[in-house]
Unconditional design. Structure first.
Length: 438
């Protein structure tokens, strides 16, 4: 199995090449057709605790689609550590699936390759119209002013999950609402022999999601208004340092978590080893690992002070999964039917329930199944205090370069090295140098 680092470096290299291609007019992939009307290939992202669980969840729905349409869907669930590399390779070779899931933050980058089917008004009409989808989800489907490159499938938001028994044993009556409170609670928890907060220090995407939020809370942005990298802005440096300092200085994240990259922090939380977890829509993952919903609470991610909201009070990126179609599909009509099927009210309820995510389809989101107290936190976050990652063509490079920079900083802490503002700035400067020229 390739390491996360290898996947990240490969993605950066491939992304840089693609950026040059996109500047010259996009991918060389040809147009699609309907030459193979009875089959589809589908790359699904790994949403559950394992690939096997995803196959068990998805296959009955694909069988249902085949029964309705006569179209057989060949499923492959691709691990997140490989997904971006696989997609980028497919955009250049033209040898990709008909339909695929993408992280919604990649939408603008993959749009720039020219390989994905644009979702103009005509195509949206084929699946029931663009107005079926909530605005926050549509905000992460491609660059502003262009037809979306994908359709929202699952919506997610970050929340703070906390172990009720560990909190009670430490004398903590309620979850922290600020980072200072989280650090203070962490010390009480550690005094009782438990770890405070889990993290995935080796996971470049998780790193990006968190430092993006910290940057917002510091009033900084990783890109200028005209889309140029701005990674060494003092506010961004302070934000990244604050996140890494949760391990380096505040010591609420164990140094062992610097190597975590494959849901190990979720497993630790589910097993009662750690008291808190910052995660996207974790309920289904925790349940699959034997943790009862009554054992934990869910609260908004902390802010610097006050309460979550917009601007400096942002406490989540707009997380989620989009569904895209390769323009050179040999079954464009079938691919569109499949997107319509997967975004239908019925399937949205089934799949988002299975993955403890929130439907990006308005009518499905209003279903009683998504009105639990836990879902209320996620829905409110998406509606009031989540921000979309930069929808720029270089977004995937941003994720891999800055995510790797944060990974390196965590690794330095685990190796016993100190982390200073200068060392943070140096890592971010290296990341910025790897970005494509404007």
């Amino acid at each position: 199995m390739r390491s996360i680092r290898a996947a990240a470096v490969g993605a950066v290299t491939m992304s840089l090449a693609l950026a040059a291609t996109a500047c010259g007019g996009g991918s060389s992939t040809g147009g699609g057709s309907n030459d193979s009307p009875k089959t589809l290939t589908y790359w699904a992202s790994n949403q559950g605790a394992s690939i096997a669980i995803d196959k068990k969840t998805l296959q009955p729905e694909l069988d249902k689609f085949q029964k309705q349409t006569g179209i057989k869907v060949k499923l492959e669930v691709v691990p997140w550590s490989d997904l971006l590399n696989r997609i980028l390779t497919a955009t250049t070779s033209g040898q990709g699936p008909d339909v695929l899931n993408i992280g919604n933050t990649w939408s603008a980058s993959l749009q720039a390759t020219g390989a994905l089917l644009p979702w103009d008004a005509k195509n949206f009409d084929k699946i029931g119209g663009k107005d079926r989808f909530v605005d926050s989800a549509l905000g992460s489907t491609g660059a502003e002013g262009k037809d979306p490159a994908a359709v929202p499938l699952y919506s997610m938001a970050y929340a703070l999950y906390y172990n009720k028994k560990i909190f009670a044993d430490a004398g903590i009556a309620k979850p922290p609402v600020t980072w200072d409170e989280l650090i203070a609670d962490g010390k009480k928890i550690q005094a009782k022999g438990k770890s405070a907060l889990g993290a995935e220090g080796g996971n470049v995407s998780e790193n990006i999601h968190h430092v993006f939020v910290f940057a917002k809370q510091h009033g900084g942005d990783f890109f200028t208004a005209d889309g140029k990298p701005n990674f060494t802005d003092p506010k961004v440096v302070d934000a990244v340092k604050q996140y890494v300092d949760l391990m380096a200085k505040d010591k609420v994240i164990p140094t062992g978590d610097a190597e975590y990259a494959q849901n190990q922090s979720v497993s630790d939380f589910a097993k009662g080893k750690q008291a808190m977890l910052l995660w996207q829509s974790a309920a289904a993952n925790l349940k699959s690992q034997g943790m009862s919903e009554s054992d934990y609470g869910i609260a908004p991610v902390p802010v610097q002070s006050g309460t979550p909201g917009t601007g400096a009070q942002t406490n989540s990126m707009v997380a989620g999964i989009n569904m895209a179609v390769f323009k050179n599909s040999k079954n464009l009509d079938g691919a569109t039917k499949f997107v319509k099927f997967m975004t239908s009210d019925e399937e949205q309820k089934i799949l988002n329930t299975a993955y403890s995510s929130i439907p990006p389809v308005k009518s499905a989101q209003e279903d009683a199944a998504f009105n639990s107290p836990a879902n209320a936190v996620l829905k409110n976050t998406l509606a009031t205090s989540a921000a979309a990652l930069p929808q720029v063509a270089a977004e995937s490079q941003f994720e891999t370069t800055v995510g790797t920079a944060v990974k390196n900083l965590f690794a330095a802490v685990a190796a016993g090295h100190s982390v200073t503002a200068d060392s943070v700035k140096a890592e971010l400067e290296k990341a910025q140098q790897q970005m494509p020229a404007a």
